[in-house]
Design a protein around this ligand. Structure first.
Ligand code: KDG
Length: 327
């Protein structure tokens, strides 16, 4: 039995060792990334059995992605290595022009993963799992990817496997109108929805979400179907969630931000880890805040995600408001 199966595109991330416009940055670090890949890696580190459905090439960078996933304990038996296509790559521009923010530049068109289609979705894999996770990135990659995600969700729904869905709207991949149509349908099928106020605007077909209180926004989103909604309000306002009518909120500790990319996936990892262990909502949010704070403190998306021991150390430190003496 598996805990979580996901489908998506793993990507090679080229992360500059200094901040500023990329044209003036001479040195980059290579990382494995990709939203859903980050999620399965993070959950695997915390002791959950995860599997990933994807396609990569036979190129060296694809081999790097597959060995990273495998090395982190993710079942990659459904990651197909195809000829004549490469894996996708993206570059990060850190801290410029907005301090503390990162931007991405993709080189992923016609990648191996963009050829994923319904035939690559094995219903038996999904049926063996306690939960599935998808993000709004995969359906933006191609029509066949959209169809693959649709089949993935249909199998999960029919088999009564809970669906976790992170909206992850990426404006560089598709228009707001196209995204709105697809993401709102996905949200209606989801049991656990992760989103932020900006993506919520697409889901609710409303422009005035900024005028709504987070409480109202949560209620509106939960009214679309998901039992649990986690609203990512950013580093200052933290996380706010509702589950079966009960609400909870957590404030993220303030940490030095080196690279904000991956913070959202880290929220998913922490929250789902709590949910899968039947922890109360408050604890799920604490775990989510812990993961995202750790991830933004270094370059790369998943490397700082904790294992169970680090997780517990964090929770103990939080009890004393992080005034911990490690001597
Ligand atoms: O959430 C982090 C991801 O955005 C990053 O790894 C790249 O998957 C990615 C994407 O498609 O933007």
């Amino acid at each position: 039995l598996l805990d979580v199966v996901s489908v998506g595109e793993p990507l090679v991330q080229m992360n500059p060792i200094e901040e500023g416009p990329l044209r003036h940055v001479p040195l980059f670090e290579k990382h494995a990334a990709g939203s859903e890949s980050n999620v399965v890696i993070g959950l695997s580190r915390l002791g959950f059995k995860t599997a990933y459905v994807s396609k990569v090439g036979k190129d060296e960078l694809s081999k790097f992605l597959i060995t990273t996933l495998r090395g982190e304990g993710v079942d990659v038996s459904h990651v197909e290595e195809v000829r004549d296509r490469n894996c996708g790559v993206f570059f990060v521009q850190r801290g410029y022009p907005v301090p503390g923010k990162s931007d991405v530049i993709y080189f992923r068109k016609d990648s191996a993963a963009s050829t994923l289609g319904p035939d690559d979705i094995d219903p038996n894999l999904i049926k063996q799992s306690k939960m599935v996770h998808v993000s709004g990135i995969t359906p933006a990659l191609s029509q066949s990817c959209k169809d693959a995600v649709s089949k993935f969700l249909d199998v999960a729904t029919r088999s009564r496997i809970p669906i976790s869905f992170d909206t992850n709207y990426r404006s560089k991949l598709w228009s707001e109108d196209d995204a709105r149509r697809v993401l709102s349908k996905m949200a209606a099928k989801a049991d656990i929805l992760f989103t932020d106020p900006s993506d919520a605007r697409l889901l609710l077909l409303q422009e005035n979400v900024e005028a709504m209180t987070p409480e109202k926004l949560l209620d509106e989103l939960a009214g679309r179907g998901p039992k649990t909604v986690v609203l990512k309000l950013g580093p200052d306002e933290g996380l706010f969630a509702v589950s079966g009518g009960r609400k909870a909120r957590t404030v993220s500790p303030s940490v030095p931000v080196v690279d904000s990319i991956g913070a959202g996936d880290a929220v998913v990892v922490g929250f789902l880890s709590g949910l899968l262990r039947n922890e109360p909502l408050e604890k799920c949010l604490d775990l989510a805040a812990c993961c995202s704070a750790l991830v933004v403190m270094r370059r790369g998306d998943f490397e700082n995600l904790p294992d169970q021991e680090y997780f517990e150390k964090w929770l103990r430190a939080k009890k004393s408001d992080f005034r911990v003496d490690y001597r």
